[in-house]
Design a protein. Structure first.
Length: 147
């Protein structure tokens, strides 16, 4: 595991399962699905096409703070429509840079117009920590002469 490895390697290790919702679903349904799946965001897919992303942050800022009803509002009314994405052949470092620059926590991975998976900032941090631990283990072995 190295930060210079491709996002596709990370998806291969963690799995490419995507949790999604339709744009016409209610915000309540979206929040219930996030809770059920233990995730902080869902991709919004319309006939397999990425239409947006909806997160807990969208819910708190666009529903709760605005005094709206989660059982009446539809996902398409609060989702982020201009979704920042990356390609599977981008590096883990590049994905982390994209997320940091755009101040986002979830990054859909798109290949040929289709969603290949999603990486979270937590996924990238875990990958980076594993890479550092691996490097430390190699250096320790080298220094100890057992390399």
């Amino acid at each position: 595991m190295k930060p210079t490895e491709k996002v596709s390697a990370l998806l291969g290790a963690k799995g490419a399962e995507v949790f999604s919702i339709h744009p016409t679903a209610t915000v309540f349904e979206a929040i219930a699905r996030m809770a059920e799946k233990g995730v902080g965001a869902l991709l919004v897919l319309d006939e397999g096409r990425l239409a947006g992303i909806v997160s807990e942050r969208d819910y708190t800022r666009k529903v709760i703070l605005m005094g709206r009803s989660s059982k009446e509002e539809r996902v398409e009314e609060i989702m982020t429509a201009n979704v920042v994405t990356c390609a599977p052949d981008e590096t883990v470092e590049e994905a982390m840079r994209i997320m940091t620059e755009n101040r986002i926590r979830h990054l859909p991975v798109v290949e040929n117009g289709r969603v290949a998976g999603v990486v979270s900032i937590g996924d990238l941090v875990k990958w980076t920590i594993s890479a550092q631990e691996e490097t430390i283990a190699h250096l320790t072995s080298y220094i100890a002469g057992s390399y």
